[in-house]
Design a protein around this ligand. Structure first.
Ligand code: HEM
Length: 414
């Protein structure tokens, strides 16, 4: 099989349940040139090097593959629907400045307690979600646990009123469907534009409301704060609010669903977590390596010729960094296809790396630790209804669309 056809197999929906043998194939050539002139990078050391290389740009307006896919048209920078660019798709110094202004209200050094302060509420939500399963003999891990927890948390963090979640869920679904490479570029662009307009109007309204009547939430803080670097421009604030809302959504849903699926496939590990909830911390790191929610990072651009693994990636070329493949590179981690929760190799690529390392990682980790511990300790005799479960369409934000599980009951809360 050529590397190009291996990549096609990875994108092909029929291989969504198990793309890993194709990643093994891809790693035979660490850096591959595809027919469209773009490059795939599949080995751990090379991906890690490029994530940290200042000659690799995240500025999507420079990217030829994004332009060809229509992701940069009509003010859509590929960040998401109809958005002005956020720091996700900026380079320094703007990236660093806007990330710092946002982080001021989310984490250390200015707001060190924000995520830890959400822990009790997270535990309360999970307890309620699991209590609600009491009368059921069959649950859907995605709809009943993995989706509602992160969505409720990100809404509370941003100050999205309860009830509005139903409004934007539809638009977020459309926006995410628009990233399906199986769709033709024109349809992708139409879907993005349609969902983008609605989402933007929703966030503009929300920012305005929080500016008039600020609350304890992140958006209110950002809309009213004149920190040392000034206030974020209005357009940028709306885009960043949407980025957090969307990035804080599907990814964590998939981590919890992929985690429950992996535990059901490894009953001995499920039992170990039941006996020792402290195992949740290294287990979530292993999940981010073994079944990561983000499989690859597309649309990076080489700003200069880059010599790597015997290949020269020419200036101007588009790169895709295949994080999920790097995570299973035997040159980086022993027995990569085994799920070993306490291997304590935290050097995975599940949250990316370098200056764009996931902003929401501390929040996502805590949510997954709490949700999976409750899954292990409170569901009695959980059994998967079908393995593999059905998958969502996207090859890069990968996770089950539903995960049906039969249970004998729910244990009392601790
Ligand atoms: C398990 C859940 C999550 C996973 C697997 C994940 C994964 C990632 C990855 C791989 C990147 C790097 C993208 C790149 O290099 O282009 C990233 C960046 C980012 N993530 Fe997450 N993420 C998760 C949860 C969250 C949450 C909960 C939030 C918001 C609260 C969030 C906000 C962001 C932002 C804003 C960036 C851009 C950072 C930058 O460009 O400096 N993520 N995430």
């Amino acid at each position: 099989m050529t590397q190009a056809s291996t990549w096609e197999q990875i994108l092909d929906f029929s291989n969504r349940a198990n793309p890993y043998p194709f990643y093994d194939e891809l790693r035979r050539t660490p850096v591959t040139r595809l027919a469209d002139g773009s490059y795939l990078v599949s080995t751990y050391a090379e991906i890690a090097a490029l994530l940290h290389d200042p000659r690799v740009s995240s500025d999507i307006t420079r990217n030829p593959a994004a332009a060809a896919a229509g992701a940069t048209a009509d003010g859509d920078d590929g960040d998401g629907p109809g958005m002005t660019p956020t720091f996700l798709s900026m380079d320094p110094p703007d990236h660093d400045k806007f990330r710092r202004i946002t982080m001021r209200h989310f984490g250390p050094p200015t707001t060190p307690g924000r995520v830890a302060g959400m822990e009790a509420r997270m535990a309360e939500i999970v307890t309620d979600l699991v209590d609600n399963m009491t009368a059921q003999s069959r649950i859907d891990v995605v709809d009943d646990l993995a989706y509602p927890l992160p969505v409720t948390m990100i809404c509370e963090l941003l100050g999205v009123p309860p009830g509005d979640e139903q409004r934007f869920r539809v638009w977020v679904d459309v926006a995410l469907q628009s990233t399906d490479p199986g769709l033709d570029p024109e349809t992708q662009q139409e879907k993005r534009a349609e969902a983008g307009k609605e989402l933007r109007a929703f966030m503009e309204e929300l920012v305005e409301a929080h500016r008039r009547t600020p609350g304890p939430d992140l958006l209110s803080a950002m809309a009213t704060d004149d920190g040392p670097e000034g206030r974020m421009p209005e357009e940028q604030l709306v885009s960043t609010g949407l980025l957090l809302l969307i990035a804080g959504h599907e990814t964590t849903v998939n981590l919890i669903s992929n985690g429950a699926l992996t535990l059901l496939r490894h009953p001995a590990e499920l039992q170990r977590l039941r006996d020792d909830p402290g195992l949740a911390i290294p287990m979530v790191e292993e999940l981010l390596r073994y079944e990561p929610p983000v499989h690859f990072v597309p649309f990076r651009t080489a700003l200069d010729d880059i010599d790597i693994a015997g290949t020269t990636i020419p200036a101007g070329a588009s790169l895709t960094l295949v994080l999920a493949s790097g995570n299973r590179d035997p040159a980086h981690v022993a027995d990569p296809d085994l799920f070993i929760p306490d291997r304590r190799n935290n050097q995975h690529l599940g949250f990316g790396g370098g200056i764009h390392l996931c902003f929401g990682a501390p929040l996502a980790r805590l949510e997954a630790q709490i949700a999976l511990t409750a899954f292990a300790t409170r569901l009695e005799n959980p059994r998967m209804v079908s393995d593999p479960p059905p998958y969502r369409p996207s090859p890069f934000l990968r996770g089950p669309s539903h995960l049906l599980v039969d249970i004998d009951g729910i244990a009392a809360r601790h």
